[in-house]
Design a protein around this ligand. Structure first.
Ligand code: PLP
Length: 452
């Protein structure tokens, strides 16, 4: 075993292909359905809003897909990302466990999201698009796509959930710096937004509403496509660079993880770090526990139902079979804005239902306690989203201490928290509250699920 703390790869070791778990699964995931006919979706159904290259990746059963050279050229700006052993955190916890983390906050946008924003912008540019529309919650995805569009000379329109637009102005500034136009959603810019404002002029917005606006914008403009930052198969595919690199770095460390952990919003950073390990296991290799961690305030995986539901509030998207809290879900104002989606990646939902991954929900005060302990030991101030993974990694390390045996833990540190200092202040001032999504709200939401 190495006594190194930071494990780096050379530029040449950036993966040259993304890996796809789908061909290795014991049973195929249920297909998306057309929202009108309830029949399995065909490639043509998606063509108005996605380029064919991404639609092909969405349904691909190839084990590997080559990463285009132009995408690799941009990945090189921050990849390979470093992998660290959290030695000072281990010491502070007094645990025999070894804790490793893969740090994705070194990208220009400060999170893992450019790993998919860049190829998505690339394939849209190649398909002759002029503009991409999207939604964003707290602004991480909007800023990643704004960056990627700028690098490929595309325009970018972002519908930003209104409450974040008002309360988190600095990610909006970042998007504007990279040349994106940003609307507070619901907006008067789309019919869907207009209807939502007519129903509730003071609406604070939600991710589901902003998706409706962005999809409508793309569907009604021939030179514009839509882009989604999580949930879909092609997004998980692009994020596999995280796990492929981590496997090489863990080999440098001379260890293999017993448990791999990621925070869970729609599933892209968790899938990114975990699915290459799932492939290893499904190919007959050693078994690795794969643990997704979500907020107790938005517990899709642990309290939602596994059913077909819409991806958005206005019921415009295909029906996806996923763990869902209902497409009308209005998240409470928790401080991990990136983890407030009502649904979950269909691929990962399928794997959870099949027992191939695990899920856990954690309350936000212990999450911030973990974040601050991490910052004081390791230096990096984590994004509140990523701190959910830290909480679970710490709890695994404490369990190892109880058992008095070593255990190797790997987690994805999906981003830094430099734009989340307001949330940290709320925590330091003792004003952060734990909130549990009430069971009645879930029961009510289930009444609105489409009958398939
Ligand atoms: C968006 C975001 C997440 C949540 O999204 P996933 O698709 O579940 O990964 C987590 N961490 C950070 C830093 C994010 O920006």
């Amino acid at each position: 075993m190495s006594d190194t703390t930071k494990f780096v790869l050379s530029e040449k070791q950036i993966p040259d292909a993304w890996t796809n778990v789908v061909p290795y699964l014991p049973t195929p995931p249920p297909p998306p359905l057309h929202p009108g006919t309830h029949q399995p979706l065909g490639p043509q159904d998606l063509a108005p809003i996605f380029p064919m290259a991404l639609i092909e990746q969405e349904v691909s059963t190839q084990p590997e897909i080559d990463i285009p050279g132009e995408v690799l050229d941009i990945y090189r700006l921050w990849r390979p990302t470093p992998l660290f052993r959290a030695r000072r955190l281990e010491q502070a916890l007094g645990t025999p466990a070894h804790i490793y983390y893969k740090y994705e906050g070194v990208s220009p946008a400060g999170s893992h999201k450019p790993n998919t924003a860049v190829p998505q912008a690339y394939y849209n540019k190649k398909a002759g698009m002029r503009r991409i529309s999207t939604e964003t919650g707290a602004g991480q995805w909007g800023s990643a796509l704004a960056l990627a569009c700028r690098l490929f000379g595309l325009d970018c329109t972002v519908y930003m959930v209104k409450v974040s637009y008002q309360q988190k102005p600095y990610r909006r500034s970042l998007m504007r710096a990279w040349g994106a136009e940003v609307y507070a959603s619901p907006s008067e810019h789309t019919q869907a937004g207009h209807k939502m404002l007519a129903a509730d002029p003071d609406s604070a917005g939600s991710l589901g509403m902003a998706i409706s606006e962005a999809v409508e914008d793309a569907a009604t403009h021939a030179d514009t496509n839509y882009s989604l930052g999580s949930v879909l198969n092609h997004v998980l595919l692009h994020q596999s660079v995280i796990g492929i690199e981590a496997q090489k770095q863990m080999a440098l460390a001379g260890e293999r993880p017993e448990v791999v952990i990621g925070c869970f919003g729609g599933g892209s950073n968790f899938g990114g770090i975990a699915l290459p390990y799932a492939i290893e296991t499904l190919k007959g290799g050693p078994k690795t526990r794969l643990l997704a961690v979500e907020p107790l305030a938005c517990p899709s995986l642990t309290k939602g139902v596994y059913a077909y539901d819409f991806g958005d509030t206005a019921q415009m998207t295909p029906l996806l079979r996923m763990y869902t809290l209902g497409h009308d879900f209005m998240p409470p104002g928790i401080h991990a804005g990136g983890l407030r989606y009502h649904g979950a990646a269909p691929l990962l939902s399928h794997m959870l239902a099949e027992g191939l991954i695990e899920a856990r929900a954690v309350p936000q005060v212990p999450v911030f306690e973990a974040a601050v302990l991490f910052a004081r030991c390791e230096g990096i101030l984590p994004a509140p989203e990523a701190a959910h993974a830290i909480r679970a990694a710490i709890d695994e390390a404490l369990a190892a201490r109880e058992e008095g045996r070593a255990r190797t833990i790997l987690f994805c540190l999906s981003g830094h928290g430099h734009f989340d200092l307001g949330s940290y202040d709320t925590f330091f001032d003792g004003k952060l509250l734990d909130y549990e999504h009430p069971a009645e709200a879930i029961a009510r939401a289930m009444q609105t699920l489409p009958r398939v």
